[in-house]
Structures are given as C-alpha cells and as structure tokens.
Design a protein around this ligand. Structure first.
Ligand code: SF4
Length: 356
C-alpha cells in the first residue's frame, strides 16, 4: 500500500464512519471494553451491551470490585464468556498490581488476560495515539485482496506479514482512525461475499478488483469438520421450584449457571444418558416426566444437540454435589447468568410452569 492510499482511506472514513458510542470517548477503559465485546460479535449486537455494561461499571474500579457473577450477568447473551472473565481478571490485576492505572507501555498491557496484540493495538492507537496496526480478520481480508496476497490467513506468518506492511504506512497522526477505517472498510464494504467495490476508496488500485479475482482472496485453508454432540439436560423440579448449579470458574462457560446433565455415549438414548449422567453427577435417580424441548446450538469448535427433560427425584434420594446450587422458581431465572443455549428453551420452560 502506498502512503497516498492512506489519505484516501481517511477521507473515506471521515465521510462514512458510523456514529458509534465508543467513538465519542478517548477513555482507555471504555475503548478496551468495546474492543473486547466486538471480538467475534456484530456492532449492532454490541451497542446495547456496551451501554448497559458501562452504566453498571462506569469506572475501572467499579468493575474491579464487582463479583464475577455480576459481570457475567451483564455479559449474558453476548457469548464467548471467557472474554468477560478475562477482562474482569485483567481489571483486577490492574487494580491490585498497577494502582488502578492501565499500564503506559503497550507490551505490559498486551500481557494482561484476554488482551493480546490486536486488542492492545486497537486500544493504544485509538486511546493513546500510539501508531501500531490492529490486524483483525476484516483488515486481513482487505489487505489480501488489495495486494492479491496468496498466503493462508489462518497462518500466523500471514498476520505478521500484514502487520509489518501496515507498520510502514500507519500515520503517526490519526493512527487510531487509520485502524478503525480499515476495520470499518472490511466490515461494511470489503465484505466476505459481494464486496461493494464501486464504493470502495481502493477500487482503482485494488489488484483483486482490477483483475476480477476477488473470489480467490483471501486464501483460507478449510477448517476440520465440526463435531456435533448429543447432550441430555435435566430440569429437576420440586413443587414450583427447580434445581440449578454453578459451573466452576475456569473452563468452558465457567462461572455461569446451568442445569445438570451431559453428553450421551455412542448408541445411548437421550433418556438413558440423562439417568446415567444425573446419577454420576448428583448421586440421585430421577423419574422423567416429559421431554420439554430439543435444541441445537453451535460453538466455535463444536455443536451440541440438547434434549431437555422435566424430571423429579425418585424416592427420597438427596442430591450430593460439590458445586454451588440453588432451587429457584421460574420468576428468579432472570437473576442468574446462563449460557446462550439455555436461553433458547426458557420460553418453553416458562410456558410449562404457567400450565402446570
Ligand atoms: S476494491 Fe473491492 S475487493 Fe478491493 S479492497 Fe475494495 S471492496 Fe475489497
């Protein structure tokens, strides 16, 4: 990319940038939150979460002193919950080890949980005017098309190559705008499918457009096949209450609340898997009253097919578990953070309790 291209990009950004709440501030903490929320998530989804999160935790100090459960409640539905837990840990580290001040040096900031090179570059270029390129998937797509770069974008050296090329042209002045402009161009104009080349400030120089080879870039090696697991879940009821438990803080969906259950083994029916899992997990036998729903949900590396059953404890068995647990009514469910997959069946659970 030539330096003249930078001027055209910034001119396009000045004319076309969206009015987004995190663009109205230079507060590092607020910009950091927006960048974490925007990872893997659409701008329109993030806006209300960003506003609610900052109105609940307006300062670094307020977030540092919040409980993990409170933080997860304000992240609920946004997905990728490790982002929220890492952010919370990073903020607590800043409070305890850096006297509540975000580190001055980008190298230190980048080492905090959940930060990494992309977030550090975005936050420091936008908030502090440090000229470091922020290379995300959108930026890589634009660059690979512009230069017809045939390197695989899943490979780390591709990101390194793009970073070093952009390092040579990122302007000292307006470096944050430069990063945001490239990201915005990638998400709104140079889209993965049907890019709007005629409105792109690069279209006279873009090699992929000029040679009619847009579909060939970026090069992306195929992902291995994503497995799907059948999972049986028990809503164990007692009168008008049901049992929920809290997942351990570390690991997938850590710190969120859930219903007990687990993966079916090969050849095992959902009902049989449910009885076995509940016995292994809680030391009780259950009677299945009805199957409430069957729901599919996809994570980044796997999919699940959830079968939800309404159950009762057989006889006078007592639950034995090391997890924190609660018996709650359907009206209290809104007070606990649950994984997104569970939210898909909450309307059916509400209907069940209203009818029974
Ligand atoms: S001209 Fe088209 S392919 Fe090239 S950068 Fe612009 S939108 Fe992307």
């Amino acid at each position: 990319m030539r330096k003249e291209i930078v001027k055209e990009l910034l001119f396009w950004f000045d004319q076309n940038q969206r009015d987004l709440p995190w663009r109205k501030t230079k507060d590092l903490y607020s910009i950091w939150i927006s960048e974490i929320m925007l990872q893997q998530t659409q701008v329109s989804t993030v806006i209300p979460y960003y506003q609610q999160f900052l109105s609940k935790f307006p300062k670094l100090k307020t977030l540092a002193s919040a409980s993990e459960e409170e933080v997860l409640k304000y992240w609920e539905g946004l997905g990728y919950y490790s982002r929220a837990r890492n952010l919370h840990r990073a903020i607590q580290l800043i409070e305890s080890q850096h006297k509540g001040q975000i580190p001055d040096r980008i190298e230190q900031f980048q080492k905090l949980p959940g930060v990494g090179p992309y977030v550090a570059a975005a936050v420091f270029s936008i908030g502090r005017g440090i000229p470091v390129p922020a290379v995300d998937g959108n930026v890589m797509r634009v660059f690979c098309r512009f230069k017809t770069l045939g390197m695989d974008i899943r490979e780390p050296q591709t990101r390194k190559k793009i970073f070093s090329e952009l390092q040579g042209i990122i302007p000292q002045e307006r470096c944050g705008d430069f990063n945001q402009a490239l990201m915005e161009l990638g998400s709104r104009i140079c889209k993965p499918k049907n890019p709007k080349c005629l409105t792109c400030p690069f279209h006279t120089e873009c090699r992929a457009y000029r040679s009619g080879k847009i579909d060939l870039f970026p090069v992306k090696s195929p992902r291995s096949i994503i497995p799907e697991y059948p999972v049986s879940i028990a809503v164990i009821i007692k009168g008008d209450q049901f049992y929920i438990q809290k997942r351990p803080s570390r690991g997938h969906l850590g710190g969120l609340w859930e219903f007990p259950g687990g993966k079916a083994r090969s050849g095992e029916s959902p009902e049989r898997a449910l009885r076995r899992e509940i016995f292994e997990e809680l030391g009780i036998r259950v009677d299945i009253k009805t199957k409430l729903a069957s729901i599919k949900h996809a994570y980044t590396h796997f999919k699940i097919k959830l079968s939800f059953f309404i159950c009762e404890i057989s006889g006078d068995n007592q639950i034995r578990t090391d997890y924190p647990f609660q018996w709650i009514s359907i009206h209290q469910i809104k007070d606990y953070p649950f994984p997104g997959a569970n939210h898909k069946f909450f309307p059916l659970l509400r209907a069940y309790f209203n009818e029974n």
